[in-house]
Design a protein around this ligand. Structure first.
Ligand code: FRU
Length: 486
């Protein structure tokens, strides 16, 4: 039986395929003015199955055009997660002399693990495109990196190392990240391993990404993203990060504390775009393996987060932290403000209903306060469902409560309250919320504390209040309805 379509939960500015199952973003590459977004895709079902690479393109990170499936399973197995780069000097030889092929590295996951030798069923392979990413040819010499005897051996993320004139591959190897290098993308040599016994290990490590960022002091650091499932701070899937040094061979973290890119339940397997050098441009899969196959949307399942910029910032106690912000491109979605106030005090509950009228549940709310207090924002709809969020000064935590937000019964873990520690020093604080049909992205203190959360309300949020426990001054508060990018 085909489930009834659920247009009420179709996002207006988050990417989702027209139909069927999607998970991790793959092959993020910017090439000739086009942002490519490939992704784990099952074109024949709305649940996970033999994995393909689906494909979408955008020139502005807002409007996405779905493209034909780019890669399909073959005799070596399913096409698992991976990355793509522009091979500017054709070092791979996968294009004709003088060409600049697009090269994807991905994991071939044998369909029948036992026949492939049990634990050696994941191997790294290549594919190339000579038409700007529209069609892809698997390399005849696949796999290029055989399995050395590891159960989990997947999700290659490529980066060019100019100092070494070699390609680097970060690879998830079970409880650690393995770094390989190659001059030609074909002959890989193990450089080092990182992470056994370090960081969060509540689940298997997946989808690494290593990239440089300049800190507020002007010093270059390296950031290593590592997704893991389960073991996230609010249950199930989540992405942790390390900040440290990379000498071209080995990653050395500055310390061993566990840190999370996003404390919410619905941001997984995110990585950054290659070919974008002036910012770390990131997108994540907006779901959680706990319940991803059961969320009640049809005919599609899963969306991506909004594109984000990752930056290094000084946070609590002077520590260097990774902050996430909506990509600046998102600002083009903002419509004229329906609420805009400066230098006021939140003494009485502030009624948000007029500001939300006509927004269809799609809006950006931003507030800045010089003296953060406990406060609650409660959003309601015409059928009495509610989403609440806020800050609790006693515990020093930000929180989102989706227990009464609509459909929650499809999985026992879904109806929950989630929280994130406040990671900024001092009382000035900002909160920016991006609401789409079915999701909220929560950026507190300039993105030091971030939470991404799905919900399935049966009507858009049409009324609401903002209430502070003690009078809270506001430097500013603004609400902008957000446009439809479909
Ligand atoms: C992460 C992941 C990857 C794998 C892919 C399979 O969500 O498990 O490690 O390559 O999904 O779809």
């Amino acid at each position: 039986q085909v489930p009834a379509a659920t247009p009420q939960w179709r996002p207006a500015f988050h990417y989702t395929p027209q139909a069927m199952w999607m998970n991790d973003p793959n092959g993020l590459v910017f090439h000739q003015g086009v942002y490519h977004l490939f992704y784990q895709y099952h074109p024949h079902s709305a649940v996970w199955g033999p994995m393909h690479w689906g494909h979408a393109t955008s020139t502005d990170l807002l409007r996405w055009q779905e493209q034909p499936v780019a890669l399909a399973p073959d005799v070596l197995g399913m096409v698992f997660s991976g990355s793509a780069v522009v091979d500017v000097d054709n070092r791979s030889g996968l294009g004709p002399a003088g060409s600049q092929p697009l090269v994807a590295a991905f994991t071939h996951h044998a369909m029948d693990a036992d026949r492939a030798g049990g634990i050696t069923h994941e191997r790294q392979s290549l594919a190339s495109s000579l038409d700007g990413g529209l069609t892809w040819t698997p390399y005849a010499g696949n796999p290029v990196l055989p399995n050395p005897g590891r159960k989990d051996f997947r999700d290659p993320k490529l980066r060019w190392l100019p100092e070494r004139q070699r390609w680097l591959m970060a690879l998830a190897c079970g409880d650690r990240i393995c770094f390989y290098s190659a001059a030609d993308l074909k002959h890989w040599e193990l450089e080092s391993e990182f992470g056994a016994g370090l960081g969060a290990h509540g689940g298997v490590w997946e989808c690494p990404d290593l990239f440089p960022l300049t800190g507020p002091d002007g010093r270059q650091r390296w950031v290593l993203l590592v997704s893991l499932t389960p073991g996230g701070p609010n249950g199930g899937s989540a992405t942790q990060y390390f900040i440290g040094e990379f000498d071209g061979h080995r990653f050395t973290p500055d310390d061993t504390q566990v840190r999370w890119l996003d404390f919410g339940p619905d941001n997984y397997a995110g990585v950054t775009w290659s070919g974008v050098d002036d910012r770390a441009l990131f997108i994540g899969w907006m779901s959680n393996w706990q319940y991803a196959t059961q969320v009640p949307t049809a005919p599609w399942r899963s969306a991506m987060t909004i594109p984000r910029e990752l930056v290094l910032r000084t946070g609590l106690g002077g520590q260097l932290l990774l902050a996430s912000q909506p990509a600046r491109d998102m600002a083009a979605l903002k419509q004229p403000a329906t609420l805009s106030a400066r230098q006021t005090t939140l003494a009485q509950p502030l009624d948000l209903s007029a500001a939300l009228a006509g927004a269809h549940g799609r809006f950006m709310l931003r507030l800045a306060t010089p003296a953060l207090a406990s406060f609650t924002m409660s959003l309601e709809n015409a059928v009495g469902e509610r989403l609440r969020l806020g800050h609790d000064a006693d515990s020093g935590r930000w929180w989102i409560d989706r227990r009464a937000s609509g459909e929650t019964a499809f999985h026992p873990a879904f109806a929950a309250q989630h929280s994130a520690p406040r990671l900024a020093d001092g009382p000035p604080s900002t909160l920016e919320l991006w609401f789409d049909s079915g999701s909220v992205e929560f950026f507190a203190d300039g993105g030091l504390s971030t939470m991404t959360s799905l919900f399935f309300s049966n009507r858009p949020w049409s009324s609401g209040t903002l209430t502070a426990a003690t009078a809270m001054p506001l430097d500013s508060i603004d609400v902008h309805p957000l446009g439809d990018a479909r």
